[in-house]
Design a protein around this ligand. Structure first.
Ligand SMILES: Cc1cc2nc3c(=O)[nH]c(=O)nc-3n(C[C@H](O)[C@H](O)[C@H](O)COP(=O)(O)OP(=O)(O)OC[C@H]3O[C@@H](n4cnc5c(N)ncnc54)[C@H](O)[C@@H]3O)c2cc1C
Length: 297
């Protein structure tokens, strides 16, 4: 049966072929050859619900969980590297040795799905699903890049917009380690606690100089224009070179208000989203500045 008698109930998934490679070379050959058009499955937390809704009907799945070499978080000559099969829960625990400034990862423990979803959901799957997914926004402020492989070779693309071909796989995400006086933040306003896509999410990277002046700031929102996620570049430009303070943050949020125009949907109006984005961003900047300065800013 392809469809439930009740339109809103999950559908049964039709019979399909599943390929389980244990070597990268075999996987790339399969995707470029007999498995062309097959869908990759990692944690399955996005693709299985999509198949049950009938939004996706692949005839073949490639289960990549046998490629154990893609599960890691490492620090390598000033570069942080995260394997595509790293689970969100593994990313959360890595903060213990990566450093507390990666609070953006720690925050996933509060905001990303449930305990079981965090154990299954992978970094590569989140990036590939794109759009409003939480790690997409986080890697945008970390300026992370995705390493993408196919039988033709390797390419690097922004992790927040990898634009994959059907024969390609993301193998890792990497970014330059943040230096001293930096802090990251992630905040999410959601309808149900930690169980899906946020109404508003704010990701932040803040670096202050020794005089507590903003050296660099990156702000990513899940909705900047319409349904599009992106950076609040005008607010970033306004804040750079200024000392964090009450009045300056108020003005910065006015700049952001003019810059963003999020779309309305059944979860919230665009107007509500704009207001919430300002409040969450302001709180994120204040919290990050406090963490960098030990409460003096
Ligand atoms: C109850 C629930 C709560 C959730 N909560 C959140 C949340 O709070 N925040 C959030 O961001 N998301 C959330 N999600 C969505 C989902 O958990 C994440 O997007 C997750 O990171 C997807 O990873 P996965 O390994 O499960 O991907 P899969 O479902 O296995 O795959 C997702 C997509 O990515 C492709 N893919 C997977 N790995 C690769 C790879 N290495 N290279 C190329 N393509 C690949 C697949 O082909 C598929 O198209 C939730 C989902 C559920 C069911």
């Amino acid at each position: 049966m392809a469809c439930s008698a009740w339109g809103w109930l999950p559908r049964e998934i039709p019979e399909l072929e599943i390929y389980l490679p244990s070597r990268m070379g075999d996987l790339l050959d399969y995707l470029a050859g007999e498995g062309r058009g097959a869908s990759i499955i990692a944690g399955g937390t996005d693709i299985i619900p999509a198949m049950r809704r009938g939004a996706l009907r692949p005839r073949r799945l490639v289960d990549i969980t046998g490629l154990r070499e893609l599960r890691y978080v490492k620090h390598d000559n000033g570069i942080v590297r995260i394997g595509a099969l790293t689970a969100v829960s593994q990313l959360v625990s890595s903060v213990a040795w990566l450093g507390r400034r990666y609070y953006c990862f720690k925050a996933m423990d509060i905001h990303f799905g449930s305990w079981s979803i965090r154990n299954m959901a992978t970094v590569g799957g989140n990036i590939s699903s794109g759009g409003e997914r939480d790690l997409v926004q986080v890697f945008h402020v970390l300026e992370g890049y995705a390493r993408i492989k196919s039988r033709e070779g390797e390419r690097i693309a922004p992790a927040w917009r990898p634009e994959l071909r059907e024969d390609e796989i993301i193998t890792e995400v990497f970014f330059k380690d943040l230096g001293k006086n930096s802090w990251t933040w992630f905040n999410k306003l959601e309808m149900r606690a930690a169980n899906g896509i946020g109404i508003v999410t704010v990701s932040l990277m803040l670096r202050l100089d020794d005089n507590y002046v903003v050296d660099e700031i990156r702000i990513a929102l899940n909705r900047v224009r319409g349904r599009e996620a992106g950076r609040a570049h005008e607010a970033e430009r306004f804040l750079t070179g200024k000392r964090i303070g009450y009045e300056m943050l108020r003005e910065a949020m006015e700049v952001m208000e003019r810059e963003i125009s999020p779309a309305s949907d059944f979860r919230a109006s665009g107007e509500f989203r704009r207001e919430a984005s300002k409040i969450l961003t302001r709180r994120a900047i204040e919290a990050a500045a406090k963490m960098i300065t030990g409460g003096e800013a």
